[in-house]
Write a protein that binds this ligand. Structure first.
Ligand SMILES: Nc1ncnc2c1ncn2[C@@H]1O[C@H](COP(=O)(O)OP(=O)(O)OP(=O)(O)O)[C@@H](O)[C@H]1O
Length: 261
């Protein structure tokens, strides 16, 4: 369903020069699965997910969604995915209902079907009380619900959640996680990025720990705990990141010594 192969992205930063955000990313995620991308700030999660969502082009490698290439077939990919990020832009002068309807129309959904789907979505996401609230007057949680509804209105088989619980209170965050679980049980393929350990632990069928644009380890929670011999997943995470930082520092030091001699 989702396939990333040797994916890399280098940003050309005007001040800092080339910045490697994603170095070499390879993974697959299948239907009925929540694939977690867990990593510290700056690990490259958002960059990777924006490539999958066709919002960025990779520098090298490729990503495919249901067999469609994210770089060369973006229109086809967009019909297969719903993308939810923490900073969804709203139209200030449109109501919640109008915004979701507009996205449905962009996907050419027949009006009757669109109305039925929207009724179900508004019920499921407890959005009926915000139907007529304008984008400019919405709270963060309200905006996030609209972002989720409009990403799901075309019933895509693949959903991409990028730090989607950022800024949400515990109630809204919990209901978002419940929704993700339901979607997984319906057979959707979900990719869920976060730096919140507990969310990933509770939700994801498989987890990739990402650091400096690479996956350091990948497996189910049980596999990762067993492989790194700790019941506490936070310890596994910190241990992996710590070891990698040490390895990189040693490699940099060795390179310096070589240059000096
Ligand atoms: N437009 C850009 N130009 C230059 N560098 C960028 C750009 N966007 C991101 N970066 C850099 O790329 C790296 C990866 O950033 P990215 O946002 O993908 O990471 P992330 O894992 O999503 O981080 P966070 O958890 O903080 O959101 C960081 O070093 C970041 O500074």
């Amino acid at each position: 369903m989702i396939e990333a192969n040797g994916l890399a992205k280098v940003y050309d930063d005007l001040k800092l020069g080339p910045r490697v955000a994603v170095a070499d990313l390879t993974f697959r995620a299948e239907e009925g699965e929540v694939f977690g991308l867990l990593g510290p700030n700056g690990a490259g999660k958002t960059t990777a997910l924006r490539i999958l969502a066709t919002l960025l082009k990779p520098t090298s490698g490729y990503a495919r969604i249901n067999g469609f290439d994210c770089e060369t077939q973006p229109e086809l990919v967009r019909h297969q995915i719903g993308y939810i990020s923490a900073s969804a832009a709203m139209y200030d002068r449109m109501t919640a209902w109008e915004m979701v309807e507009y996205f449905g129309q962009l996907h050419h959904i027949e009006p009757q079907l669109l109305r039925e789907r929207m009724e179900r979505l508004f019920d499921r996401l407890a959005m009926n009380e915000i139907r007529d609230v304008l984008g400019g007057k919405m709270s963060t949680g309200m905006k996030q619900k609209v972002a989720i509804a409009r990403a799901m209105v075309h019933d895509p088989p693949v959903l991409i959640f990028d730090e989607a619980t950022n800024g949400l209170d515990v109630l809204v965050a919990r209901s978002l996680l419940d929704t993700v679980r339901e979607l997984r049980d319906q057979g959707k393929c979900i990719i869920f990025s976060s730096h919140i350990m507990r969310e990933v632990e509770r939700l994801c069928t498989r987890i990739a720990i990402m650091h400096r644009g690479r996956i350091l380890a990948e497996g189910s929670l049980e596999q990762l705990r067993a492989e790194y011999q700790s019941e506490d997943f936070e310890d596994v995470f910190l241990d992996l990141i710590g070891r990698e930082e040490k390895r990189l520092a040693e490699a940099a030091q060795a390179a310096e010594v070589e240059v000096a001699s």
